[in-house]
Design a protein around this ligand. Sequence first.
Ligand SMILES: *[C@@H]1O[C@H](CO)[C@@H](O)[C@H](O)[C@H]1NC(C)=O
Ligand SMILES: *[C@@H]1O[C@H](CO)[C@@H](O)[C@H](O)[C@H]1NC(C)=O
Length: 327
Amino acid sequence: MKVVGALVWLLLPLTARCVEPISMTVGAIVTGVITYYGVHWYSPDQCQLGGNINVTALQVDFEENIFGQHLAKRVILKAVPGFLENRNPKKPLALSFHGWTGTGKNYVSQILARHVYPEGLKSKHVHQFVATLHFPHADLIDVYKDQLQLWIRGNVSACERSIFIFDEVDKMQRGLIDAIKPFLDYYEHIGGVSYRRAIFIFLSNAGGEYISELALHFWKTGREREDIKLSDVEHHLALYAFNSNDGGLWHSSLIAKNLIDFFVPFLPMEFEHVKMCVRAEVRQRGFLEDEDLISTVAKEMTYYPKEEKIYSVKGCKTVSAKLQYHL
Ligand SMILES: *[C@@H]1O[C@H](CO)[C@@H](O)[C@H](O)[C@H]1NC(C)=O
Ligand SMILES: *[C@@H]1O[C@H](CO)[C@@H](O)[C@H](O)[C@H]1NC(C)=O
């Protein structure tokens, strides 16, 4: 766009000079300047939007779409708006989401991205890396490391408020994630680029078993799962991720150097939560909220442990397909 503006600015006066020197030149210059700035006024860079977030709207979105995750909601509603409003953060925000499949890790990161950039995952400032898709080959780890660094540098140079989501971190090759360690650290800038306004989100199953057992323990001792506090869990999650044999965070310097700001647990989904997922899906598709249908779909999920059958094995993951079958 800048190029177009500059061309108009340069070329019009040339042709204009042949016709009527002074007034045409002035006219052309004015046209050029208006074109140049007009283009910029009408296509503001979305990157600048990335500082605003409507906390109420985010909260409403969470209430309507995320179920059984009091800790995740609380941590994110506290950490993210505060970080976005801080004009001078000391390091980028790094969140590590932990929990079994179907508990909402992906969904929460999508919602979050959408509230920072309306286009969400489609925004050019939101980048998602899926371990098995982007980094599948063990022997290419060095290539991936270089690539990852180049991508992050390139994208943050273009927009400081970039969001990077790493999915399936537990399936990432050991050591790969450490390639981004310098970007997460407390440096003012690296090679002239500041990474301090970026957001990094890591999603993994590591620690899922521990979270599950903790929730079960609360259930068995008659306590509400909402009474589980972040301080009960965070330290354990960091340890599990650090020591988990099959995990991209295994002995990772991100953890060793305390560069992850929050370890966020996603609790296993109970029957009631699965019903909420079904209900939300029914509503979204514009059907009547038929309680029989909702229960039927929720009952079709498999629940564990074998005896008590409290938590859905796949969380809410296959709800959509199961509902489709009944409609
Ligand atoms: C924030 O979101 C709420 C709920 O969607 C809405 O009512 C309110 O007008 C929004 N505020 C701004 C400043 O956009
Ligand atoms: C930004 O990241 C994407 C991957 O999400 C990559 O394809 C692209 O080349 C990067 N852009 C720059 C300017 O490095």
